[in-house]
Ligand binder design. Structure first.
Ligand code: AHR
Ligand code: AHR
Length: 520
């Protein structure tokens, strides 16, 4: 844990610009040596002779002396941006600044600043070989509220990567190229992943296209088996070396790469001439284990490497953007860090005190869980839920005596809209990865296929209730249509129209919903 008095002392020393001996000779520090600063991950890497050349975090400073911005947010209401900085030098994110700047609107993360001084900031990934879902074929930006977390007892937000979301920098400085050695770590949410390509953090092509084997070296986390995999059912930490997620020396299966799903997960990768490693640990306690350390994969094209030195987060090298994950902090180094250096960094991470945030419930803030209650006089005991026997979405009575399955069927995790992060999507509480979506204007619970039609069909923009009560949810791709129950089945419906469920009778009541505490 951080010792706040050290920070207070250090700030005072910096202000005074003097050398001081503290009571009892406990600590000596000067403004110029920064000996009193807490050693943060990049101080540890520097002491090991492998300095950070990129350092990204939305939760905390990665240098004891860092006092700049961590990230920038942009709000939907007026497009204004704001840098989110630290509560103290070398300390934790000032998340309250985000809360107040974004109050009453929504915010996306527009920049994740590089703390290393190299200027290797991460911004919206632009269209690569694969287009993203945003305008121009670019990738989405992360909703700034979707990954609430607690760090050292402080509120903070991680970077929530839904499929389609991606950050990149193709014009870096100081990042390893060719066969040069480098190290990388990321602190991730080990419970948030999928099998899409590719939730990566690290070194990639500067062209956003696949330029061949060995042109990438990034941490991968997820349960894709397209290229490589390890023991169990995943998810696995692998390294993305381009045209291959490698779990060890072999192209596909390597038994020593275990499934890992700690809520907070430290994932470590490093690579140099004919040498690379995968290491990992629980970011809340304990040390790192080594899952692979040895020669390059026994497939041609990876020795020597052809690293290009761009940086990606949440996507593959060619802007493949079907993956999901959550990122809290991570760095890239110059030089191949020793295991001892990485072990010391892991000790710093576990001491930082990551824990789950107590998420708000019953609200429409991304990350919250809600139930949606009908307001029409017929149906005020009814909640929007998915069927178990089929994929339809209906309303039915739910109360405290309902089964656990029924309660969960009527509970939804609020997500930033898959097609528009200022709107919303609703993920099933008991079928992760499945979202409410319309198809032929009827509602279904379907797995996100990563496509833009799905994303639009699953995105609803909240408005004041059409009847003057509660909220209504407007389809993002059919703006006259709102979530409506009709004959106990749920549709997107306009106020009069060609489908039976477009009936103007009680349309405004049927399209108005109350947000309620989640049943499950
Ligand atoms: O190596 C796996 C993926 O293959 C890369 O991330 C991507 O560039 C390519 O499609
Ligand atoms: O629900 C209306 C449209 O029906 C959806 O956008 C599409 O997926 C389907 O054709």
């Amino acid at each position: 844990m951080k010792r706040p008095w050290i920070h207070r002392v250090r700030r005072a020393l910096l202000a005074a610009g003097t050398t001081a001996v503290l009571a009892g000779g406990l600590l000596t520090a000067t403004a110029t040596t920064s000996q009193a600063a807490t050693q943060e991950p990049c101080d540890i890497y520097a002491a090991g002779g492998t300095p950070c050349v990129a350092a990204h975090s939305t939760t905390r400073a990665l240098y004891g002396a860092y006092n700049g911005p961590l990230y920038q947010v942009k709000r939907a209401s007026d497009g204004a941006t704001k840098d989110i900085g630290l509560l103290s030098v070398g300390g934790y994110a000032d998340a309250a600044a985000q809360d107040s700047f974004c109050a009453g609107t929504s915010c996306v993360i527009t920049v994740i600043y590089d703390q290393s001084g190299k200027g290797n900031n991460l911004t919206q990934a632009l269209k690569g070989y694969w287009p993203g879902p945003a305008a121009g074929g670019n990738d989405n930006l992360a909703n700034a509220f979707e990954a609430p977390v607690s760090v050292g007892g402080h509120e903070a937000y991680g970077v929530y990567v839904a499929p389609g979301t991606g950050y990149r920098n193709n014009h870096t400085s100081g990042i390893a190229t060719g066969d040069q050695p480098e190290g990388e770590y990321g602190v991730l949410d080990g419970t948030h992943y999928n099998g899409g390509c590719c939730f990566d953090y690290g070194n990639a092509e500067t062209s956003s296209t696949d330029t061949g084997n060995g042109h990438m070296e990034a941490i991968y986390f997820g349960n894709s088996k397209t290229w490589g995999y390890g023991s169990g059912n995943g998810p696995w930490i692998m390294t993305d070396q381009e045209n291959g997620l490698f779990s060890g020396v072999n192209a596909r299966y390597n038994a020593n790469d275990p499934s890992v799903n700690d809520r907070f997960l430290t994932a470590v990768a490093k690579g140099g001439p004919n040498l690379w490693a995968i290491r990992a640990g629980n970011a809340q306690s304990g040390g790192l284990s080594t899952y692979y350390s040895g020669v390059r994969p026994n497939v041609s094209g990876y020795n020597p490497m052809h690293k290009e030195g761009a940086i990606i987060l949440g996507i593959g090298g060619d802007n493949s953007n079907g993956s999901a994950g959550t990122f809290y902090e991570g760095v890239m180094t110059s030089g191949y860090p020793s295991d001892a250096t990485e072990n010391a960094v892991q000790a710093n991470i576990t001491a930082a005190g990551y824990s789950s945030a107590s998420t708000s419930t019953g609200s429409l803030t991304p990350g919250s869980r809600v139930s949606l209650q009908a307001t029409t006089a017929c149906c005020t005991s009814d909640y929007l839920r998915h069927d178990d026997a089929d994929t339809k979405v209906v309303i039915s009575a739910v109360n405290s005596a309902s089964s656990a399955t029924e309660k969960a069927d009527a509970s939804w995790i609020v997500r930033a809209g898959l097609a528009d992060s200022s709107c919303l999507s609703f993920e099933s509480a008991n079928n992760p990865g499945q979202f409410l979506r319309h198809y032929a204007f009827e509602l279904y619970l379907n797995t996100d296929d990563g496509g833009s039609t799905f994303a639009q069909d699953a995105t609803f923009c909240p408005t004041p209730g059409n009847s003057g009560v509660g909220h209504s949810f407007q389809s993002v791709n059919y703006a006259t249509k709102y979530l409506r129950h009709y004959d106990y089945t749920v549709y997107v419906a306009s106020d009069g129209g060609s489908n039976a469920w477009d009936s103007a009778s009680s349309w405004s009541q049927d399209t108005s919903w109350l947000t309620a505490s989640p049943w499950g």
